[in-house]
Design a protein around this ligand. Structure first.
Ligand code: NAP
Ligand code: FER
Length: 339
């Protein structure tokens, strides 16, 4: 085994849209696992929109990253050495580790995965945090009824693509907003959405929505916020159910846009709007992972991944989330699984 490896650290807290300057690529000695810890070689790492929040020095559901310290991420990797109970070299695990080729973590914080159950990458996407977010966001927060019109934004992404399919399984008519014709084709041809809207080619979101959802919107799974969400709020039906999952269109904003807000619509419609965090449902991840695993295995749910090769390209993969470069879950492959 090599003696050194690479690790990304936070070089600086960006203002506005981050650039590569926010990241420092360092070469260091491979860490030694302490008592109760395991050393893990990264196979896949996840880049996620919420990481933009971790670059800030403000209170949040996600702890701020420290300048000069390694960046954290979801990882699927192989145990190289373990001083903790329950793991041995060669085991495949997931956990919150570093943007790095190797990292140590308390063995108690790692979860073993079965490499024969499906592609390892899926544990960071459809079978992992984003899949769980879609599952609980639809089935517990929004709870669409059969025949409802269900709108999802960020529809071709990791969460949105699964959320729309789960809404279809509940009998809803599904409309997805996404940022390219290729993504719209993916929604309509591969995922069975009823209508996809390429919002980058539309001047008037309200008019596009009236055409796609002529009977109004009963359920809204919001991943993006901003002007698309304003348009959806203008089109809600009485007793509509709205789940606020993410607001990616605002994550790089230096000033939040001010009114006129669309909350008047909620008086007229008596709509319910609920923000949620996937971790609210962590005690039931066993159930969602099992159900998602079955749906993937029997072809009920389709999923895509965009895999960037090489740890050195991880910042590019992360920054691409804000440009819509990904279809489905954006991952970085750091090394091969040789099991
Ligand atoms: P993703 O959708 O796979 O990737 C982000 C996508 O957002 C991009 O591909 C891009 O697609 C779209 N986007 C970027 N800037 C945009 C803008 N200004 N306006 C509209 N769309 C924009 O990411 P994900 O991991 O599945 O996350 C989706 C959302 O869910 C994010 O807001 C994330 O923070 C949130 N989330 C929340 C939870 C929770 O527990 N609440 C958990 C996971 C994720 P286009 O080409 O369509 O623009
Ligand atoms: C996200 C990814 C995860 C996000 C929130 C979470 C709002 C939730 C984390 C948690 O439940 O702890 O992009 O954006």
């Amino acid at each position: 085994m090599a003696e050194t490896h690479h690790v990304y650290k936070l070089a600086d807290r960006p203002r506005g849209t981050p650039t590569e300057d926010a990241f420092e690529y360092a070469e260091e000695a491979i860490p030694e696992p302490g008592p109760g810890e395991a050393l893990v070689r990264t196979i896949y790492m996840s880049v996620d929109p919420y990481m933009r929040d971790r670059m800030r020095d403000t209170e949040s559901y996600a702890e701020p990253w420290d300048v000069g310290e390694p960046l954290h991420c979801g990882v699927v990797g192989e145990v190289v050495e373990s001083n903790g109970a329950g793991f041995e070299a060669g085991d495949v695990v997931t956990g919150e580790l570093n943007w790095a080729e190797y990292a140590t973590a308390p063995a108690a914080e790692l979860t073993q995965v079965d490499p024969n159950r499906g592609p390892l990458s899926a544990y960071l996407g459809v079978l992992g945090m984003p899949g769980n977010t879609a599952y609980f966001g639809v089935n517990e927060v929004i709870q669409p009824h059969a025949g409802d019109t269900f709108v999802v934004t960020g529809a071709a992404g990791a969460v949105g693509s699964v959320a729309g399919q789960i809404a279809k399984l509940n009998g809803a008519r599904v409309v997805g907003f996404a940022g390219s014709d290729e993504k719209v084709e993916f929604l309509e041809e591969d995922l069975g959405f009823d209508v996809g809207i390429n919002y980058k080619e539309v001047d008037d979101y309200g008019a596009a929505l009236r055409e796609a959802a002529p009977h109004g919107v009963d359920s809204y799974f919001d991943n993006v916020g901003g002007p698309i969400t304003d348009a959806v709020f203008n089109h809600l039906n009485v007793d509509a159910s709205v789940g606020i999952c993410g607001q990616i269109s605002l994550y790089n904003a230096t000033e939040l846009p001010t009114g006129p807000r669309k909350l008047m619509n909620l008086i007229q419609t008596r709509a319910t709007v609920e923000g949620f965090l996937v971790s609210d449902f962590s005690e039931r991840f066993d159930k969602s992972a099992k159900q998602l695993g079955q749906w993937v295995a029997d072809g009920t749910i389709q999923y895509r991944e965009t895999v960037t090769e090489g740890l050195e390209n991880a910042p590019d993969a992360f920054l691409g989330l804000f440009e819509g470069d990904n279809i489905g879950k954006q991952l970085v492959q750091v090394s091969e699984y040789e099991g």
